[in-house]
Design a protein around this ligand. Structure first.
Ligand SMILES: Cc1ncc(COP(=O)(O)O)c(C=O)c1O
Length: 304
């Protein structure tokens, strides 16, 4: 099995320090209450971010999404963007981390008085946890590519649970992943309620056809920071890019396909439902990967 979040084993992660509501403690001591809203109900919002040479890539974009999500679910963050940046700075410093680091920042509605759903029962104030791990995506996936399977689990409508909310409860995605695994694939390719190809259970999805880059309309999928960067890079570099509906027909017949996410940047797709994608030559994906690396380099240089 491969996953898009596969990292080289790094034994330093056995002794990382984790931020829990202002305390920075060894991972074995990092605990939250069983009454925590995140544990009990999945009532929380998270962000995944990467540290490159001392700079958290696209921090402002991640914070825009994070604060927008927290506002949507009426969850008080308890601090502003500068406060989050400072908590992350302290955590990275406590761990002596400067690069090749992945951060999972998690905020829940906090500890509940009773084990029931009502948000008013969460009276402690929010719980903020920051996990930072040394992490380098494995090289193997870049050449081998990932295997996808189309799954029965679909993306939800925004009036059910908006898929743009990076909520602690990921059951929709987890069920899709389990279905993909049962089909012998690494990750699930999820359709929207009309049957158009939308996204995978953990990453955004792109295809390349006749030199054009296509991705879903953006409805029903995570508003991925990397997704938007890839679209912007295509636009500024003369690569035709379209956010549009397309079906499995165009997907199976694509010349290339790739996933995007903060962790793996762009991960090539080798096959979908057992059908190889293209010839295995991936010139457009390679060009986008090079442009993205350069974007990160320039972004880090500008903020260093
Ligand atoms: C379901 C899903 N799709 C896509 C992404 C990728 O988003 P980003 O590029 O902001 O990491 C994520 C990351 O949180 C996700 O959970």
């Amino acid at each position: 099995m491969s996953t898009t979040h596969e990292a080289d084993e790094d034994i330093r992660n056995r002794d990382i320090k984790i931020y829990v509501n202002g305390d920075i403690v060894h991972r074995d001591a990092a605990k939250v209450s069983v009454y925590d809203s995140g544990f009990m109900l999945g009532d929380g919002i998270w962000e995944g971010m990467r540290l490159y040479d001392g700079v958290w890539a696209f921090f402002d974009e991640h914070m825009d999404r994070f604060f927008n999500s927290c506002k949507t679910i009426s969850m008080d963050v308890g601090m502003d963007k500068a406060g989050i940046a400072e908590a992350m700075r302290q955590t990275a410093k406590a761990n002596g981390m400067t690069g090749d680091v992945h951060c999972r920042l998690m905020l829940t509605r906090g500890i509940k008085d009773k084990p029931f759903q009502h948000p008013q029962l969460s009276t402690s104030g929010p719980t903020l946890v920051i996990i930072m791990e040394h992490s380098k995506p494995v090289d193997r996936l870049q050449s081998a590519g990932i295997r996808l399977a189309t799954v029965p689990q679909v993306r939800g409508l925004p009036m059910a649970q908006d898929p743009k909310l990076n909520s602690h409860s990921k059951l929709n995605c987890i069920i899709a992943c389990l279905q993909a695994e049962a089909a012998g694939a690494d990750e699930g390719l999820m359709l929207d309620p009309q049957g158009f190809v939308n996204t995978t259970n953990a990453c955004n999805f792109f295809i390349v056809r006749r030199g054009e880059v296509w991705t879903s309309t953006g409805d029903y999928c995570m508003n991925g920071v990397t997704r938007q960067k890839v679209i912007d890079l295509c636009r500024t570099n003369g690569i035709p890019v379209f956010e549009k509906n397309f079906s499995l027909y165009e997907t199976y017949g694509a010349d290339e396909a790739f996933l995007t996410g903060t962790f793996g940047a762009q991960t090539p797709v080798a096959e979908i439902d057992g059908k190889p994608i293209g010839t295995g030559e991936r010139p457009v994906t390679a060009r986008i990967q090079a442009l993205y690396k350069e974007l990160i380099r320039a972004h880090v240089a500008a903020l260093s």
